[in-house]
Design a binder for this molecule. Structure first.
Ligand code: PHE
Length: 368
């Protein structure tokens, strides 16, 4: 009798265990058979009321049933746990086909872009990049450039001075042009030389075409037998490369800078197309207008001397131009102040994609 009872209970338990499809329903099966009120537990309790003979037969059968069911539950539990884990892992798979969230990408400021372009154009002509400090002393900024203390040209520069002089008693100032780099480079590297010096300069001035800080690029060539023809060719080659047109017309006008002799101001011809100034194009006879783009000249003998070189041995030419103005002319912005407002809408419109531009220089340091 005991064996039919255990046989049917075993079959029932094993079927329910097999049929449990979740850990929760498996646990319910465990409670139903092996819990305190469970049917197998109840069966085991009946052993106490049995005669020793009956117990001898029923005991091993009942205990065997309990062991078998316990084992079957453990085995089923392992299977269900593995299934649950696999399901979880499958659900957590990373979908590599999903597009990544877009990261904000900055853009290259037109000034940086133009400085890069200039560095590349001049690198092709054998010019290295030189730098100098933005906080200068008046000797490098003025005196060594042939502007002694009382020189009227000093007044033209609207200089920002610092209240205190340096240890050598020189007045300190924010450089008003990149020309002091001429002196620093001659003193440091001697001759021959072929450099450009891009960077920030400062003058107390502010309107639509002037900001108190702006950017210049200086050029200096020192060598033997250097003459005005070299200057003209270099500027012509540079402007054609920069504006990416062959029909650039230059006009050299006599001018005056204390640090060059003779001095020439360089104008480029432009025409107005759709209300915009476009460099190049029509010739003189078509009545196009001229726009000043550069100051330049043969380096004054006194400046060569201040640079520690013998002017009887070395000659050279120098030029200086506004980087911001070149950027405005090439890319069509009309208010210089917007360059330094930090308005992201302006940058989105006029900025350059950082990775699109094949620069050799990888960004010219303008911190000097
Ligand atoms: N330093 C001059 C300026 O700021 C430009 C210049 C540079 C002129 C070199 C001649 C030679 O206006």
């Amino acid at each position: 009798m005991a064996s039919t009872q255990t046989d049917s209970m075993r079959a029932d338990a094993l079927a329910q265990i097999e049929g449990a499809s979740t850990l929760e329903s498996l646990d319910a099966v465990r409670v139903a058979f092996l819990g305190k009120q469970g049917t197998i537990s109840a069966l085991l309790k009946t052993l106490g009321k049995m005669s020793p003979e009956e117990r001898q037969e029923a005991g091993p059968a009942f205990n065997g049933l309990r062991a078998e069911v316990t084992e079957a539950i453990a085995a089923r539990k392992a299977v269900l746990e593995a299934e649950a884990l696999n399901a979880k892992l499958a659900g957590e798979t990373i979908d590599l086909s999903l597009p990544a969230p877009e990261a904000p990408i900055g853009s290259v400021h037109p000034v940086s872009q133009v400085m890069d372009e200039l560095a590349e154009i001049f690198a092709d002509m054998g010019f290295a990049v030189a730098t100098g400090p933005e906080i200068e002393d008046d000797w490098h900024n003025f005196t060594a450039l042939n502007m002694p203390e009382s020189h009227p040209a000093r007044a033209m520069h609207d200089t920002f001075y610092f209240p205190d002089a340096d240890d050598e008693g020189r007045s300190m100032l924010l450089r008003t042009h990149t020309s002091p780099v001429q002196i620093r480079t001659m003193l440091k590297d001697g001759a021959p030389l072929r450099i450009i010096a891009p960077g920030r300069v400062y003058r107390s001035d502010s309107d639509a075409t002037h900001t108190p800080m702006f950017h210049q690029i200086e050029g200096l060539v020192i060598g033997k037998g250097i003459h005005l023809g070299h200057l003209k060719w270099t500027l012509e080659t540079f402007l054609k490369a920069f504006f990416e047109r062959d029909d650039i017309v230059l006009r050299l006008r006599p001018s005056y800078f204390p640090f060059t002799e003779p001095s020439v101001e360089v104008d480029v011809g432009y025409s107005v197309e759709k209300g915009r100034r476009v460099v190049g194009g029509s010739g003189d006879d078509e009545g196009h207008a001229w726009m000043e783009v550069l100051g330049s000249g043969m380096v004054n003998a006194r400046v060569i001397e201040f640079g520690g070189l013998d002017p009887n041995e070395w000659q050279g030419f120098a030029f200086g131009t506004g980087v911001d103005r070149l950027a405005m002319l090439k890319y069509g912005m009309d208010d210089l102040r917007a360059f330094f407002d930090g308005d992201l809408r302006w940058m989105k419109h006029y900025g350059f994609a950082a990775l699109d531009v094949p620069t050799l220089s990888g960004g010219v340091g303008v911190s000097a």
